[in-house]
Design a protein around this ligand. Structure first.
Ligand code: 5RP
Length: 299
């Protein structure tokens, strides 16, 4: 039975203080439901609206990718420096500790391999399984201009509709076939279609010219993939320029885990994404961290 003893009337109603309506600053996301916003706020740091997502989902179509042969060994030391982890359910269940405090962005499209047509994907993960895995977002590949463009847009719609029922945002990943040019015109087309179809976040590639137009034309946050492994300074410069030109962060994989010192590199990328450091400062940081880690290994 409820305890009614010493029940007192409330007194502190702060009658002179209007109730605050918390704003939600993430681009294009102000009208979303509370759960959706809360999940996005776990991925994008509310203090600057940026994210460093670590992408380790490459095995879903290319098997044991260089640098990801043993995810259980290589990835745990990087997790403290990432804001979110993008990965498949197989990797999450088998190699990542359930005590991880970072949000999981779950790849839910797949169904092809590097041996066949890459755009031939299906929705491979049910929303029920994504909920069981406590996914904070669902990632689906979209191949604008690809052989299976229509099916991939259908996958995006299906995933977004399912995620919307439970407040789980969708990350649309713009997949680019070898035959397509990654220029601002193409990336602008692809990212805008993804956002118009309901994606809450869009992942794309950086382009040298007019990236700011791609970012401005996409009404939701854009994150960039790192693409193939580059020299560290170039990768940091790309991340820096993307942020300066309107990206909300990076969803970077190979340029971190294929680096000679991934722990130093993830911190250097972080300093660009969150620390407002220039590429040159981040590169210095990379070398300092790398050198000090080498020294401590030899002590
Ligand atoms: C595959 C993906 C990968 O997660 C992504 O491209 C990985 O990032 P990076 O290019 O930086 O290795 O979405 O389509």
């Amino acid at each position: 039975m409820a305890d009614f003893e010493d029940l007192q009337d409330g007194k502190n109603f702060y009658l002179d203080v209007p109730q605050t309506s918390p704003a939600f600053g993430l681009k294009g996301c102000g009208s979303l439901e509370w759960g959706m916003k809360n999940r996005l706020a776990r991925i994008f740091d509310p203090s600057d609206g940026h994210t460093l997502m670590l992408a380790i989902d490459h095995g879903y179509f290319q098997g044991p990718t260089t640098g990801l042969e043993r995810i259980d060994v290589v990835i745990p030391p990087l997790i403290p420096f990432a804001d979110a982890l993008m990965l498949t359910r197989g990797t999450l269940r088998s190699t990542i500790s359930a005590e991880m405090q970072k949000p999981a962005v779950l790849r839910v499209s797949g169904g092809q391999s590097i041996l066949k047509e890459l755009s031939n994907e299906l929705v491979a993960v049910d929303i029920d399984d994504a909920l069981r895995l406590n996914a904070s977002a669902l990632a689906v590949q979209v191949y604008i201009g690809g052989v299976h463009e229509h099916e991939s847009i259908r996958n995006l719609s299906q995933v977004t509709n399912a995620g919307n029922r439970y407040g789980i945002p969708t990350l649309a990943v713009t997949g680019v076939g070898k035959e397509l040019t990654r220029d601002a015109r193409y990336l602008g087309l692809a990212t805008r279609i993804c956002a118009e179809m309901g994606a809450h976040v869009v992942k794309t590639y950086f382009c040298e010219r007019n990236f700011e137009r791609v970012a401005a034309g996409c009404p939701v946050p854009l994150v960039i993939a790192g693409g193939k492994k580059l020299p560290e300074f170039e990768a940091l410069q790309m991340a820096y320029r993307a942020i300066q030109e309107g990206a909300a962060g990076v969803d970077m994989g190979r340029n971190i885990f294929q680096c000679e010192d991934p722990v130093a590199m993830v911190q250097a990328v972080r300093s660009v994404v969150h620390g407002k450091e220039s590429a040159a400062q981040a590169y210095d940081l990379f070398h300092t961290l790398k050198a000090s880690r080498r020294t401590s290994e030899h002590v």
